[in-house]
Design a protein around this ligand. Structure first.
Ligand SMILES: Nc1ncnc2c1ncn2[C@@H]1O[C@H](COP(=O)(O)OP(=O)(O)OP(=O)(O)O)[C@@H](O)[C@H]1O
Ligand SMILES: [Mg+2]
Length: 347
């Protein structure tokens, strides 16, 4: 099912929490919505599900206007952070609840429950009660229950945030597998960038009430369009710059004005820490600086380099990664890895 949101605007008590949000999820796509706490993610999902009617804008499923269609008629399965399974019921009863309401026959329901338990990796769990399940198992059951009626869209609101880190990464791969196997369109809300980048076909990055950028995980990371996206997704060195004709002047040197940004414009330069290289393999900006600190993080070393007044974070990998504090070191930053974001004009 294809999902379109057009110019969704919504306010609570006069406070605008969604401001002309437009988004699309293609049929079978996994779209995540990534943004900080309070930016409007849950509100947006509730609007898609029909639990909130937006002040303006429209929701379309396969091109059909949904605004006045009640939640139970939208064919949307939902999974939330806080399990929300029915207590005092078995796993099978939880999963078949929505089928019973739809008047399915017992034999049909049993078959569907069996199929779904196999899909979510819980075969044989049908008679367990919800209080006898771990957090991860509960979320698998919640997923099976959401998928049970054969929905066209699955929405997941931080489904893994109550689980510990190790379980989270395993279960997110499982969710992705299940989404692919069933071909269901999914909208996945999270404030965890690793989760969003690893699980999705595309990511929509939100700041307060707005969508800042939509793209594949690789696009979002390598080509952030705004400062917010650059700083929210991954680590970034962010420096000021000013356009002087064919070059952009920055505190670590001049770089070519490839995008032909207007003379006098103030820009932000973004350099990812891993783009500070030791070898000059392509056209690069050479930077010489002094090591301020080095910090080991498993197989990776995180360092801080001072170039005059500017501090740059860098990363190194493997056994030859270490420098001494105070060492003078030369790095090369490939020009094509440097992102330039236009800001206001100085004139
Ligand atoms: N029913 C409500 N009445 C009034 N204000 C609300 C209501 N629901 C949400 N809000 C406000 O709307 C804003 C967006 O809330 P929302 O729950 O959509 O954020 P979120 O991005 O899901 O955040 P989190 O990551 O913390 O879950 C917040 O400022 C919140 O306080
Ligand atoms: Mg939320």
């Amino acid at each position: 099912m294809k999902v379109e949101l057009r110019n969704i605007t919504h306010a609570f008590d006069g406070q605008v929490v969604l401001d002309r949000v437009s988004l699309e999820a293609a049929d079978g796509e996994m779209l995540s919505i990534l943004g900080p706490s309070g930016c409007g993610k849950t509100t947006l999902l509730r609007i898609v599900a029909g639990l909130i009617k937006p002040d303006s804008g429209s929701v379309l499923f396969d091109g059909k206007e949904m605004t006045d269609v009640p939640p139970e008629k939208r064919g949307v399965g939902m999974v939330f952070q806080n399990y929300a399974l029915f207590p005092n019921m078995t796993v099978a009863e939880n999963i078949s609840f929505g089928l019973m309401v739809r008047g399915k026959r017992p034999a049909e329901m049993r078959e569907r429950v069996r199929e779904l338990l196999e899909l979510v990796g819980l075969s044989g769990y049908d008679k367990r009660r919800t209080e006898q399940l771990s957090g991860g198992e509960m979320q698998r059951v919640a997923l099976a229950r959401a998928l049970a009626p054969g929905v066209g869209l699955l929405i997941l609101d931080e489904p893994l945030s109550a689980l510990d880190a190790k379980l989270r990464s395993g279960l997110r791969r499982e969710i992705r597998r299940i989404q692919r196997e069933t071909g269901v369109t999914a909208i996945y809300v999270t404030h965890d960038q690793d989760e969003a980048l690893s699980i999705s076909d595309r990511v929509a990055v939100m700041s307060t009430a707005r969508v800042e950028q939509v793209g594949t995980p690789a696009e979002i990371y390598a080509h952030p369009k705004t400062e917010f996206v650059a700083s929210f997704v991954g680590e970034a060195n962010m420096l000021g710059g000013v356009v002087k004709g064919d070059v952009i002047e920055t505190s670590i040197g001049e770089i070519p004005n490839i995008d032909k940004i207007e003379d006098g414009k103030v820009v932000k330069i973004i350099i990812r820490p891993e783009e500070l290289r030791r070898d000059c393999e392509e056209e690069s900006l050479a930077i010489t600086g002094r090591i301020i600190s080095m910090e080991s993080a498993g197989g990776e070393v995180k360092g801080l380099l001072a170039c005059g007044e500017t501090e740059l974070r860098f990363r190194r990998y493997g056994t030859e990664a270490w420098f001494g504090t105070g060492d003078t070191v030369k790095f090369y930053v490939p020009l094509k890895s440097i992102r330039v974001i236009s800001q206001r004009s100085t004139s």
